[in-house]
Design a binder for this molecule. Structure first.
Ligand code: ASP
Ligand code: MG
Length: 402
């Protein structure tokens, strides 16, 4: 078997943990498998490097920031190769240039375009364990790029797809994917299986287990993933297209506090108003999530929507700039202390009453719903941030996920 194994920063945070990972990989190797390892930077290294950059120059160019960040993964892969060598096993570390991991040119959020596999194949043919830097790539200018925070998961999936690997294992410091964040909902349970679509919704909703582009890519190339703990041998969660058992109505509950609501009050009730509003935001790459438009009255209407909290200032500034011109309105309101709570489940597609049951759970604990949005396999509500834990617990219990 050809196995791709990815380990996150906490799994390689110190010497002892590096040897723990080395031994796990060596075990697969000694059982006759070809092993490719993808690593993140050690512990909080990426955060430390970012802080150092800010200290020197708060407006550092993204190219130089990427140049700096790629050192983090280069440290972990070379130390890992040394650790395996000291266990008597041949291993070699490779960075994005040595592999040739081609990405788009956008520093800080590049996307993988193509991975050359010749070097990896030839090192595997030489009986080596191959250890590759996660998170980084190279662009057509001959520069380093990075894939965005948490991007090593995507590196691992891309390598597994390019090599047509038999398994892609994502190791982390929790036992797998849970029905809710166990820090918020203590009786949350580990899931044995989950579909790509459910996982995609959960990782976009702030479940924080996998980089969401890694799930997109796994789905696109049919790479079956296993999310499991580097600290024990428990089975983990399999992420795949279809799950065998009867689809659960709801697989998980997620919360995202990085949300703010903007309400644009008293817009003209005319064609083109929504277009203009959202086009201004789109041109500045501001992602809009839940959108709600009121019924028109006296020739005016209100449109409210959510954006990520870190882009709310920019969004309001853009809208304010256009108020004198193309975007006439009475006022623009902002509310930052809101959060999204969502339920996700492939089974809700064919079942009525799932949304009502969620709303009932919130009613039971007296939580008011400010906005609602749904997809085929998700229901999201916007609520006051202070009620997130209470709401999650209530919803989790209502669907008997514990
Ligand atoms: N080291 C990078 C980060 O901290 C990439 C990763 O861990 O996946 O974001
Ligand atoms: Mg991660």
């Amino acid at each position: 078997m050809l196995i791709v194994k990815k380990f996150g920063g906490t799994s390689v945070a110190d010497k002892e943990k590096i040897f723990n990972v080395a031994r796990r990989c060596v075990e697969d190797y000694k059982n006759g498998n070809e092993v490719v390892v993808v690593l993140s930077a050690m512990g909080k290294q990426t955060d430390l490097l970012l802080a150092q950059a800010r200290e020197i120059n708060p407006n550092a160019s993204k190219r130089e920031v990427d140049m700096l960040l790629t050192t983090g993964e280069q440290i972990s892969v070379s130390l890992m190769a040394m650790a395996m060598n000291s266990l008597g096993v041949p291993a070699i570390s490779l960075n994005a240039f040595q592999v040739a991991m081609h990405t788009t040119s956008v520093y800080g959020s590049a996307r993988i375009k193509r991975i050359d596999v010749d070097r990896i194949h030839s090192e595997l043919a030489n009986n080596k364990i191959v250890i590759v830097t996660g998170f980084q790539g190279i662009n057509s200018f001959g520069d380093y790029t990075t894939l965005g925070r948490g991007g090593s998961d995507t590196t691992a999936v891309a390598i597994a797809a390019a090599l047509n690997a038999d398994a892609c294992e994502i190791y982390t410091d929790v036992d797998g994917v849970f029905t809710a964040d166990p820090r918020l909902v203590p009786n949350a349970k580990k899931l044995n299986e989950i579909t790509y679509d459910e996982m995609l919704e959960l990782s976009s909703l702030g479940a924080g287990v996998l980089h969401n582009r890694s799930v997109e890519m796994a789905k696109k190339y049919g790479v079956q993933l296993v999310v499991r703990s580097s600290l024990n041998n428990s089975e983990g969660t399999v992420v795949k297209e279809e799950i065998k058992m009867e689809k659960m109505l709801v697989s998980g509950v997620a919360a995202d506090k990085n949300t703010a609501r903007i309400a644009v009050i008293g817009l003209e009730d005319q064609p083109g108003v929504a277009f203009k509003l959202f086009n201004h935001l789109a041109r500045h790459n501001i992602n809009v999530d839940i959108i709600l438009q009121s019924v028109g009255r006296n020739g005016t209407k209100d449109i409210s929507f959510t954006v990520a909290e870190d882009s709310v200032e920019e969004a309001v500034e853009i809208l304010e700039r256009h108020r004198a011109g193309s975007l006439k309105c009475h006022k623009i309101d902002v509310e930052k202390s809101v959060a999204k709570v969502s339920i996700v489940g492939a089974g809700m597609m064919s079942n009525a009453g799932v949304a009502a049951k969620m709303f009932e759970a919130l009613y039971d604990v007296g939580v008011n719903i400010k906005m609602i949005s749904t997809s085929e396999i998700r229901v999201t509500v916007l609520i006051d941030e202070i009620y997130v834990e209470k709401a999650m617990k209530a919803v989790h219990d209502k669907f008997s996920l514990a």
